[in-house]
Design a protein around this ligand. Structure first.
Ligand code: 3SL
Length: 242
């Protein structure tokens, strides 16, 4: 029987599990729907030049200069003295066009930094779902979706997006183990009402306590932006689309 020519897709449900997955010859898709990868997608779609993911708060603060803004959050709130927080709406400002942003978040930038040994890293969110799917379809590498989760724990919204990728790539990439199958089943159950499905999830409740419901609704919009952020030399820039 001929060997399958399909790519394989796997899902790492938390950055804590990343050592279980081979990163060589993979395209890693980093996912932090609420809200880091949604912010990165929005920023690059609105013309931001580049984003440097930084793990440490003080290192990020130290990068502030005339050429570089500081951005991010801790526990969902803007960091004192930073130029920007972690709401996608902040990244639509035309004054940021062409700018460099040093960015640190609780989980999203950590997931990116933990993926850095992969051959290729791209940034996924519901906002650029269709562009990411097109990009992955055009590539030949196997795929690993890395969910940022929350402080090492699994979350629903990142798992749902991983499931959306498995769903959209059916026929092009086959699930490698049970995590992509689980994510797929979850997405198929939730796809017609993502917000309703997530209404009791822990991070949605956390963000609602901070009164940022509009960020939640925005981050769940599918295919709003036709951009694929890619990580090159540790810096996130706009990738080329077919
Ligand atoms: O953890 C992260 O990377 C953030 O996106 C979390 S928050 O939505 O800003 O709380």
């Amino acid at each position: 029987m001929a060997a399958s020519s399909l790519k394989r897709i796997d899902v790492c449900l938390s950055p804590e599990l990343i050592d279980l997955y081979p990163l060589e010859n993979r395209t890693v898709v980093v996912i932090d729907i609420l809200r880091a990868t949604s912010c990165v997608t929005t920023a690059l779609a609105h013309g931001v030049g580049e984003i440097v993911p930084v793990a440490d708060l003080e290192a990020c603060r130290g990068m502030r200069s005339a050429e570089c803004c500081t951005a991010g959050e801790r526990n969902g709130e803007k960091v004192d003295g930073f130029d920007l927080g972690n709401s996608p709406f902040e990244y639509m400002n035309p004054e940021l066009a062409g700018k460099r942003i040093a960015f640190t978040t609780t989980n999203g930038t950590r997931a990116i930094n933990k993926s850095l040994s992969a051959d290729e890293i791209i940034i996924g969110s519901f906002l650029n779902l269709h562009a990411v799917v097109r990009y992955l379809k055009s590539g030949t590498r196997d795929i690993l979706a890395v969910c940022a989760g929350w402080k090492g724990k699994v979350n629903l919204e990142d798992t749902l997006f991983a499931g959306a990728l498995v769903h959209e790539l059916a026929g092009d990439a086959e699930p490698e183990c049970d995590a992509p199958l689980m994510a797929l089943h979850l997405y198929r159950q939730a796809q017609h009402d993502l917000a309703g499905f997530l209404s009791n999830s822990s991070h949605v409740k956390r963000l609602k306590r901070l009164h940022i419901e509009k960020d939640i609704a925005f981050c769940l919009e599918r295919g709003k932006y036709d951009v694929v952020p890619v990580v090159r030399g540790g810096v996130i820039v706009k990738g080329n689309l077919l």
